[in-house]
Ligand binder design. Structure first.
Ligand code: UGB
Length: 616
């Protein structure tokens, strides 16, 4: 009592150190080591009380749930006992078809009614990058950062509104990503967005990291009186949007009708946003998930129809990648587990890429009822098949795509998915080079910086080819053990074209457009039209917002920009990750005189004293 005078703290510590909860190791430093420190012990207790209050049911419940979920995970237990899986029915789209064009057109009309929610609280452990991932470049030709790209898309979409209102962006940060995210925004004048357009919500202090299957809390190696914490998962976004009243305000004050949730490093995600909106409208969906064909065991969840064997209730919901195999194996129909269908080479279950569109009015009603709380889940990354040692401490998480689990039976019928080829909508940067190389050898997308960049250039090539332009791919090359097709490197700003329909208007004579495999083409500006072009080298068109540029009968032949492999350890981390630099040898530039993009506020409107809080 003298040592820890606070009764609550003492009781909590005693409870955690009981045999049942098994956290007595938290006192190792105090009891055994040479570092007895009363003050530090009291600060550990303070941290515990804070964590206790930050988790529904407190740390006792956290430990109990964690032990159970970890044992189940180790034993490969089907966490969805009582729910029978089947392959869901959904909308699938192929570029160049009438269905694609018509649905995209319907969705384009709704783009001006969308609120954007970026979940950016993740640590990026698999990537091994310590900064905020939204500050990574999408590609190194223009060096556009992920957050910069997202902001430019929002600005381009906003221009379609004629009521002068803005389209809001909410960013969820965690303790780990808050400072770097705010710094990025501050140093770059919010990338052209207005301050009051950006809503920042922050995940709590996190939950204790767990070192083993007994759910022992991870202790900081540099401070044995401190528990390592980790974010509780992207599922926190729903309760934060509810708590801060963000989506309610969007609906009431900004006339927002749809909301899109998206992840930190998928630079292709918005190509298919109009398509998703079109499908949502057509089917009256409350929630619509963007999907891609999934390779068996790929680290993306599988969208599954689950039917409850006792109630008959049906749900279309993501089954996370580490749960899909045990679920399928527990059935007769899918007893081989998470395997590819031999006829297609893909899993029959569409791959969830966590690009989720919600109908805002329905979403807000569900939030009122549920307060946005999602169920818990554990996803330890094991060192080997014994499943006893973790690569890194794990923790209980909740996932944003679990939203259908809180819906009523009736609401559940308004949930669906929209599938398109991964080449036009999904290439995240999630994995370190060595892990990516292993995945690639198995035929699974590696998800590294080099492939993220290569796919960023590849998507516009696919769109242009589907219009009828002559765009040939370069031969594959290997950077750092990762094979990629390096070019031609094509980058279109969202102000130039937000979707395929807009691109069609920008290339009215596609048969007169030819781009050689070694070329680089960058186009930014809302009023650029490319009628006829023969490009063999590098062309940069930077027209800004107010200048009309028509490219006609232009032949460009120059030395261009060349990707040069590098394994130089002294290079910056963003270069080492991708394994090449760009040698800008020769460039043809078409630059308008007045090329300040719309939306970039004058310096005078930047007020650094405004705090980055909700509604700032
Ligand atoms: N994130 C947060 O904002 N807070 C957190 O506490 C945790 C994460 P990961 P993972 O599309 O590739 C998801 O770690 O394990 C943010 C889906 O569950 O990249 O790869 C974080 O910053 C899976 O079904 O998630 O799995 C990032 O923006 C599939 O869709 C996002 O949440 C897979 O992504 C995702 O975090 C995929």
């Amino acid at each position: 009592e003298g040592l820890i005078p606070d009764d609550t703290q003492r009781a909590l510590l005693e409870d955690l150190c009981s045999e049942e909860l098994g956290q007595a190791h938290l006192l190792d430093a105090y009891c055994e080591g040479g570092s007895v420190d009363d003050d530090k012990l009291r600060s550990l207790c303070q941290q515990l009380v804070k964590l206790d209050g930050g988790y529904p049911g407190g740390l006792r419940s956290y430990v109990q749930k964690a032990k159970k979920l970890l044992q189940d995970s180790k034993a490969g237990v089907n966490p969805l006992d009582g729910w029978a899986p089947s392959v869901p029915q959904g909308e699938s789209f192929e570029l160049g078809t009438d269905k694609y064009r018509e649905t995209e057109s319907k969705g384009m009309e709704l783009l001006e009614k969308v609120g954007f929610v970026l979940v950016a609280g993740g640590l990026g452990e698999r990537l091994g990058y310590n900064g905020a991932k939204i500050g990574l470049p999408t590609e190194s030709t223009t060096g556009t950062l992920y957050i910069e790209y997202y902001a430019s898309y929002i600005l381009a979409a906003e221009k379609k509104r004629n009521d002068g209102k803005f389209l809001p962006l909410c960013i969820m940060v965690s303790n780990d990503t808050k400072e770097p995210t705010l710094r990025l925004l501050r140093e770059n004048k919010c990338f052209g967005l207005k301050r009051r357009q950006i809503y920042i919500v922050q995940q709590g202090d996190g939950v204790p990291a767990l070192v083993d299957n007994e759910a022992h809390f991870a202790v900081d190696p540099d401070d044995p009186y401190r528990i390592i914490t980790k974010p509780h998962g992207h599922g926190d976004i729903h309760s934060l949007l509810y708590k801060e009243g963000v989506t309610k305000e969007w609906q009431e004050k900004l006339d927002i009708e749809y909301m899109v949730l998206f992840q930190d490093t998928n630079g292709l995600a918005f190509h298919t946003l109009p398509l998703l909106l079109g499908v949502s409208k057509q089917h009256g969906f409350i929630m619509n998930s963007l999907c891609v064909p999934r390779k068996a065991n790929q680290a993306i969840g599988g969208i599954t129809t689950l039917t409850n064997s006792s109630t008959g209730q049906e749900r279309t919901v993501n089954v996370e990648y580490n749960q899909l195999n045990p679920l399928l194996r527990s059935t007769e129909e899918f007893k081989d587990g998470d395997v590819n269908d031999e006829s297609t080479g893909y899993s029959p279950f569409p791959g969830n890429i966590n690009q989720l569109v919600f109908h805002l009015d329905s979403y807000n009603k569900v939030l009122e009822r549920t307060k946005g709380v999602m169920p818990d889940f554990v996803n330890p990354k094991y060192k080997d098949n014994t499943k006893t040692v973790f690569k890194k401490p794990t923790r209980l998480e909740c996932m944003m795509q679990e939203f259908p689990t809180v819906l009523s039976t009736e609401e559940s019928t308004h949930v669906g998915f929209t599938q398109a080829a991964a080449s036009i909508c999904f290439s995240p940067v999630k994995n370190a080079v060595a892990d990516g190389a292993v995945l690639q050898a198995k035929g699974t997308p590696p998800g590294t910086a080099a492939t993220g960049e290569a796919d960023q250039y590849a998507a516009p090539r696919i769109f242009l080819r589907s219009l009828g332009c002559d765009v040939k791919d370069a031969d594959p090359v290997v950077y750092n053990g990762i094979e990629v097709v390096p070019g031609p490197a094509i980058v279109f700003g969202p102000d130039f074209a937000c979707c395929q329909r807009e691109l069609e208007a920008k290339f009215p004579c596609p048969e007169k457009v030819k781009i050689s495999p070694r070329s680089t083409l960058v186009v930014r500006g809302s009023d650029v039209v490319i009628e006829s072009l023969d490009l063999d080298g590098t062309l940069v068109v930077d027209a800004g917002a107010r200048e009309a540029v028509t490219i006609k009968d232009l032949v460009v032949k120059n030395e261009g920009w060349v990707q040069v492999p590098t394994a130089d350890d002294s290079e910056k981390e963003i270069v080492r990750m991708r394994g090449f630099i760009i040698d800008r040898k020769e460039t043809e530039t078409i630059k308008a005189h007045n090329n300040k993009p719309d939306g970039i506020p004058d310096d005078s409107s930047i007020d650094d004293s405004v705090p980055y809080e909700v509604n700032f």
